[in-house]
Structures are given as structure tokens and as C-alpha cells.
Design a protein around this ligand. Structure first.
Ligand code: ADP
Ligand code: MG
Length: 373
């Protein structure tokens, strides 16, 4: 025994550390799915197909047509803090990919049966590999000799399939907490829908395993309004107005542009006008530097703007994509990357609200003109 008598503190086993870390990132199947979608988008995919069984607890199967993974990278694929996207801390200031922590696949491999089929454009064959606890494993997900865990060549298309089976099989407390597979499926669909709206040029499809019916399906060529129509419905799509602000704009009495003053490079998106008759709350779709985030201060501020325009109890649909100078944005606040922090938050929120107020009132007054004329 290395420690002296009475010592109580000891380092945890690495496998325990990894399982704890996994629990922070992957709380429910939708978290795993989000990470896998982001990886597919990072890999420049234009089509992403998803199959789900039992709300993702039995199976999450993602097929993309992206750049694939080189055979020689497969042994590190699920190693924690192994990534192709970041090499030094400073790179975080200008990170353009979703991923950078190299933790997602590692985490998932610690709490599920994870396998991969992947092919790069230059490789004549695809390779299939199995993982357990961050490492290559045999086809029955057991640790094995180098030879028995080596990726197997198989026929396949360019791109990557990630197959996640039996999520949380070794975390019984977590597994017990899931009440409804339908709820988990709904959360998965919600994440896919949000990315389908935001990621122009990428098509998404989702179905339940064993069923032919597509629950959601978008093509890469659809424009923003068409994507919103597919995901959020015709009633929303028919009442949309564009919100566009580029950073060269400035306040009436200001000298500097929004970009120079607050680091606000651009805002684009679409929101429903005051005609949209809807009582159901729709969580706003916010992306900041292409990350799906929840930004409660912005959400609250926009709600109060809408109070001027909507009858009591009516709810808007809001999709906004913000681009902020990367040096003003901290994406590394939380492992799930769901929250971000940025400088000049209050000012930026005010600018956006003023813009939304303006587009909503322009529409309202043009309507009154028509009515009078
Ligand atoms: P991160 O995305 O933070 O780098 P991940 O654990 O999500 O970490 O992925 C590890 C690495 O695996 C990525 O850096 C990338 O090189 C590779 N990878 C994961 N998914 C895909 C995919 N769908 N297509 C191509 N490469 C992928
Ligand atoms: Mg990733």
C-alpha cells in the first residue's frame, strides 16, 4: 500500500472516470444523437439517415455520406480526448467544427455497444469495427488481442455508419429513469428537426427501425422556408418573415458598426408574424455560430416583444442563427455545449429585439395600409 496509514483519498480507476464523464455528456438518447449528427455534418455530409428503435435505447443507427474515417484512425476513434479537429487550446477561439473535445464517441462507447462501418473516397473497401470502453473490441464487444479486434474489410458506400446499441446497458439506474420510449423518440425528432432547419445543404431522414414510413424527411436542396414547412408545418411556414441583420449596420447615433462595437457579425433567420394563430408553445430554434443552443435571456426578451403583436396566449415560432466573433464566444462552458457565453450579451439581445420589433411592425402597418386603401 503506497499511501500512509489513515489515508482515505485514492485515484479512481480510469474506467470509473470514463463512465462518470460519459454520464455528464450523454444523459438521454437525444444527447448521443446530437453528437452523432454533428459529427456527420462536420464530415461534410449532404445526407444523413437515422433509424431509431425503442426511443434510441435499443438502437441509434446513423448513416452519412461524408468523408469517412481512415482505417488507420479507427483504433483512436473512441479514445477519450482524441480528435481530428483541435490541436492546441488557442484553436478553440476559431473553431469552425461542432466537435473539438473528442469525447462523444468515447463516452458512447463506455455506455453502449458501438460499432462503425466507414469508407473514405480513396479506399476501395469499407471497414467495420467494434468498440467497448474506448477501445477496439471483438465482434461480440469483448476486449481481445490486436488481431481479433482489427477492423474488418467489407463492401460499403463512401461515408460512415455509426451503430449504437443498448445505450445505458451498464448504467441500470439511468435506464430505470426512462419512463417512455415515445418521449425519448420525440426528443430525438426534435433535435433532428432543429438541425434540419438550420443545416442548409444537408438532407435528413428519420424512421423507426423496421418501419418504412419516414417520420421526417428533408432534401438537401430545400430552402429555409421549405425546411421549416417540413419540420414545423404549413401553418408556420405560411406566416414567416425573414430577419436579417448584417454586422455593418449600426444604431442611428453610433459611429461603429455592430461588428466593431459588439462583435455581432450577422443574424439571419425567420419568425412568424402577428397573423400566426397558435396556442402551443414552440421552443425557439437558436443557433450561435452554428451550434444549437438554448439562450434563455434572448428567449425571454423576444417573448416580451411578441406581447405587443400577438393576442394573449398566442405563441410565435422563432428561428435565429447568430454569428458572433469567435473570440467573443466561449463554447467550452459545458460538455454538452448546449450553453455558450458571449460578450456584450445584453447589447446584442437589444439589437436583435429591436430588429424583430421593426420587421413585425412593418408588416403590421403595411397590412393596415391595405385595409384602408
Ligand atoms: P470530436 O467530434 O470532438 O472530434 P468525437 O468523439 O465526436 O470527437 O469524434 C472523434 C473523431 O472521429 C472526430 O474528430 C472525427 O475525426 C471522427 N469522426 C466521428 N464521426 C465521424 C463521421 N460521421 N464521419 C467522419 N469522421 C468522424
Ligand atoms: Mg463530435
Amino acid at each position: 500500500n503506497e499511501s500512509g496509514e489513515g489515508a482515505q483519498i485514492k485515484a479512481l480507476d480510469l474506467s470509473v472516470v470514463n463512465k462518470i464523464a460519459a454520464g455528464e455528456i450523454i444523459i438521454q438518447p437525444a444527447n448521443a444523437l446530437k453528437e452523432l449528427l454533428e459529427n456527420s455534418i462536420d464530415a461534410k455530409s449532404t445526407m444523413i439517415d437515422i433509424q431509431v428503435k425503442d426511443g434510441g435505447l435499443k438502437l441509434l443507427h446513423i448513416t452519412d455520406n461524408g468523408k469517412g474515417i481512415h482505417k488507420n484512425d479507427l483504433h483512436l476513434l473512441c479514445e477519450r480526448f482524441a480528435t481530428s479537429k483541435l490541436s492546441k487550446f488557442e484553436d478553440l477561439e476559431s473553431i469552425a467544427t461542432y466537435g473539438f473535445r473528442g469525447e462523444a464517441l468515447a463516452s458512447i462507447s463506455h455506455i453502449s455497444r458501438l460499432s462503425v462501418v466507414t469508407k473514405t473516397a480513396t479506399s476501395p473497401l469499407a471497414y467495420k469495427a467494434f468498440y467497448s470502453n474506448g477501445k477496439l473490441a471483438t465482434s461480440s464487444f469483448k476486449a481481445g488481442s490486436d488481431k481479433s479486434v482489427e477492423p474488418k474489410p467489407i463492401a460499403g458506400k463512401d461515408g460512415t455508419q455509426i451503430i449504437v446499441e443498448n445505450l445505458f446497458y451498464n448504467v441500470p439506474s439511468r435506464l430505470k429513469a426512462f419512463r417512455s420510449k415515445n418521449d425519448e423518440f420525440a426528443k430525438i425528432l426534435d433535435v433532428i428537426g432543429r438541425y434540419a432547419v438550420h443545416a442548409g445543404g444537408v438532407g435528413f431522414s428519420c424512421k423507426k427501425f423496421g418501419e418504412s414510413h419516414q417520420v421526417l424527411s428533408t432534401r438537401p436542396q430545400l430552402n429555409l422556408k421549405e425546411r421549416i414547412r417540413v419540420v414545423f408545418g404549413t401553418a408556420v411556414a405560411n406566416e414567416l418573415i425573414d430577419v436579417i441583420l448584417d454586422g455593418d449596420e449600426k444604431d442611428e447615433d453610433a459611429e461603429k458598426s455592430y461588428k466593431d462595437e459588439y462583435g455581432l457579425i450577422k443574424v439571419s433567420g425567420a419568425v412568424t408574424n402577428s397573423n400566426f394563430n397558435n396556442k402551443k408553445r414552440i421552443q425557439p430554434v437558436f443557433f450561435i455560430n452554428h451550434r444549437l443552443v438554448s439562450c434563455d435571456p434572448l428567449k425571454r426578451a423576444l417573448s416580451s416583444i411578441y406581447q405587443f403583436f400577438l393576442p394573449k396566449g398566442n405563441q410565435p415560432f422563432i428561428y435565429l442563427s447568430l454569428e458572433i466573433s469567435p473570440q467573443n464566444l466561449d463554447v467550452n462552458v459545458h460538455p454538452t455545449k448546449r450553453e455558450v457565453r458571449f460578450l456584450n450579451e445584453e447589447e446584442i439581445i437589444d439589437i436583435i429585439c429591436a430588429k424583430v420589433h421593426k420587421v413585425l411592425s412593418n408588416i403590421d402597418s403595411s397590412r393596415k395600409f391595405k385595409a384602408q386603401g
